[in-house]
Ligand binder design. Sequence first.
Ligand SMILES: C[S@@+](CC[C@H](N)C(=O)[O-])C[C@H]1O[C@@H](n2cnc3c(N)ncnc32)[C@H](O)[C@@H]1O
Length: 219
Amino acid sequence: MVADATHLDTVRCDYDSMADRYAEFVRDPCNAEPFGRALIGIFADLVRSHGNNMKVADVGCGPGHVTDLLDRLHLHARGIDLSPAMIELSRRNRPDLAFDVGSILDLDLADRELGGILAYYSIIHTPPEHVPAAFAEFARVLTPGGYLLMAFQSGDDTLQTWEAFDHKVSPAYRWSIDALADRLRGEGLSEVARLRVQPGPRGRFPDGLLLARKAEAAN
Ligand SMILES: C[S@@+](CC[C@H](N)C(=O)[O-])C[C@H]1O[C@@H](n2cnc3c(N)ncnc32)[C@H](O)[C@@H]1O
């Protein structure tokens, strides 16, 4: 676990102050992401077909709309977010699901507790030097053979590793898919599939989607 109170405080305050506006933005059907939704469907199929651990966490869940989707895909979904205002919105939208304030870098979950983790545009706010610690935490709480799906802002082939960008809410970093896959491998999570989606009319950067898996034989 890496504690970096300054960056966590910044992200928490930024999202607390923008929670309502952010929730409105993602409610707009124009912002729907068909590729992301398709991969979330595949992620849910894979989790359901592996063993019998349907517990998944949506880490950096924001207002909980994707946690809601995971539940509708018949997974035992819970949401975790740094921002108390986001968690409040999530609980209001889906009072029947578990939502907790918490950090990607220090998950309040037992070793091997989860069949899957979704990190949907949330790892982008973790400073690059702390990303391996976040992935180590994902590997710790995943069951052997469990799946991780991440979505993030990416780039074209000229983006070698990562680059800071002017995200509208909080400091953020976009990543080359290769570089994130490499860091996942370093923490025992192997790439299963990847997708790069070119920006639509309202986007600036390609999106990266990366599906990875913890080895069946891992602890
Ligand atoms: C761009 S929003 C994405 C929200 C949601 N996943 C979505 O796709 O709409 C990023 C979210 O990640 C959360 N977040 C950022 N860093 C985090 C961390 N270290 N631990 C937990 N949540 C974090 C923020 O509070 C915010 O709600």
